[in-house]
Design a protein around this ligand. Structure first.
Ligand code: ZN
Length: 422
């Protein structure tokens, strides 16, 4: 009896699978390939069961295929944001302490915010994100699970688990009688052995990347401590991303061979040069001035006021680009603006990239295929190419003429499923 039931279940699963296996032919008026810096016209893209099977000018549609007419649109790979915190909204204004967001919200509520933001960013064209911590008690693992189960719409998620830091998380001057309450949100780890355990703990709970914060305190990790993290993570096939602004903490991270420097607002030319030599990405989180003005009121985790920091961010991106450091777009959007979505705010960073003089084609590459490489998903995502997952977006205006046109995305496909169409 059990056997018959098993067979019936299998038959039902197969039927459901084939019903979901949509075949599409997308007629692309203009196809932009940022990884190769090419533009082609009147191309067709065959998508079968989520995967891109063929691309060409003279592609005939199989009889069972649905045709998607984007012949008047610019088609390109889905966007990737390599530095998000989808479950976090910082409390701003007044004297709100930095810790407010995790002292007043449960993991369940945080997961709901993650799902809410996930749908918003996917609709805007971000088909993959890397979420780098601040997700309470591993909320992003459940956000990802809910999306992968098909219960909610959202991007492909690469995520870090809890942020590993030297004692103190990202808190400062908390009275000792309060205890280390930040451990709800961070793992304190203060020696190579404890760091190895923290890395293993995160990987055990589902982390695809290890996130560390290096320079929140006057003390910071040594090269030996960072090497322990890199060694442990790399042996498990997981990269290491470090929040660091500059200085000796950044020197140590570069020396230890981390995979990406997050922020790096104060990196010197010498540090950028070494990053280029070692192939270390800059995930640049180039906060626009308007965002810094708000975030600066949230308990102040930035070392400089907005009027000083904003031009430094532009200058650092300009230097990194000119020196040929590998760049991966990351937004780090964690505050709210009246009447605007999180995706609107993520796209504000395009303005900073233009101020830094990064040409449009390179910007598109650093918002698609380059972050795919950093996230180690480049064999599945980040380009429109045969054998990759069908993650693509389209808009009725040319993103190369003005990257601001990415705000007009009106078609999104993720894993071969249409999320929105014109
Ligand atoms: Zn961040």
């Amino acid at each position: 009896m059990a056997t018959i039931r098993t067979i019936l279940t299998l038959v039902a699963m197969l039927a459901a699978g084939s019903a979901g296996a949509e075949v599409y032919v997308i007629r692309a008026g203009t196809l932009v390939d940022p990884a190769r810096a090419t533009v082609t016209h009147d191309q067709s893209i065959l998508v079968d069961n989520g995967v891109i099977k063929a691309i060409g000018a003279a592609l005939s549609a199989p009889p069972d295929a649905k045709v998607i007419d984007l012949s008047k649109e610019w088609v390109m790979p889905g966007l990737i944001d390599a530095h998000t915190h989808l479950t976090l909204t910082e409390v701003t204004g007044g004297n709100a302490p930095f810790e407010s967001f995790y002292l007043k919200e449960t993991t369940a509520f945080r997961a709901m915010r993650g799902l809410h933001n996930g749908e918003i960013v996917l609709n805007a064209g971000f088909t993959t994100i890397r979420d780098v911590g601040n997700a309470a008690e591993y909320a992003m693992m459940d956000v990802r699970r809910g999306i992968e189960a098909g219960w909610f719409r959202g991007p492909t998620i690469v995520t870090s688990g809890k942020i590993i830091t030297p004692f103190g998380g990202q808190s400062n001057k908390i009275p000792s009688e309060q205890g280390a309450f930040w451990r709800y949100e961070y793992i304190d780890a203060d020696s190579p052995e404890v760091i190895r355990k923290a890395v293993r703990t995160n990987i055990y709970y589902g982390a695809d990347v290890i996130k560390m914060v290096l320079d929140n305190s006057p003390y910071h990790y040594s090269v030996d401590e960072l090497r322990a993290a890199v060694d442990e993570a790399h042996h498990a096939g997981v990269p290491v991303a470090v929040h660091v602004y500059g200085g000796e903490a950044a020197d140590n991270a570069i020396e230890a061979g981390v995979d990406s420097i997050e922020h790096g607002f104060y990196l010197t030319d010498a540090q950028l040069k070494k990053m280029k030599e070692k192939g270390i990405f800059l995930c640049s989180t180039d906060l626009p001035r308007t965002h810094l003005d708000i975030e600066g009121t949230s308990g102040g985790i930035f070392p400089d006021p907005p009027e000083i920091l904003a031009p430094k961010i532009v200058d650092r991106l300009k230097r990194a680009y000119k020196m040929g450091v590998r760049l991966a777009f990351g937004s780090d959007t964690v505050v709210e603006m009246e009447g605007r979505t999180r995706a609107d705010m993520m796209l504000d960073y395009l303005g900073v990239w233009r101020l830094a003089g990064v040409p449009a084609m390179d910007t598109l590459k650093d918002w698609t295929s380059e972050p795919a490489a950093l996230l180690r998903v480049e064999k599945q995502r980040g380009r429109i190419a045969e054998g990759l997952q069908a993650d693509l977006i389209a808009m009725p205006v040319d993103p190369l003429a003005d990257t601001e046109n990415l705000r007009r995305v009106n078609f999104v496909m993720k894993d071969g499923k249409v999320v929105r169409s014109p």
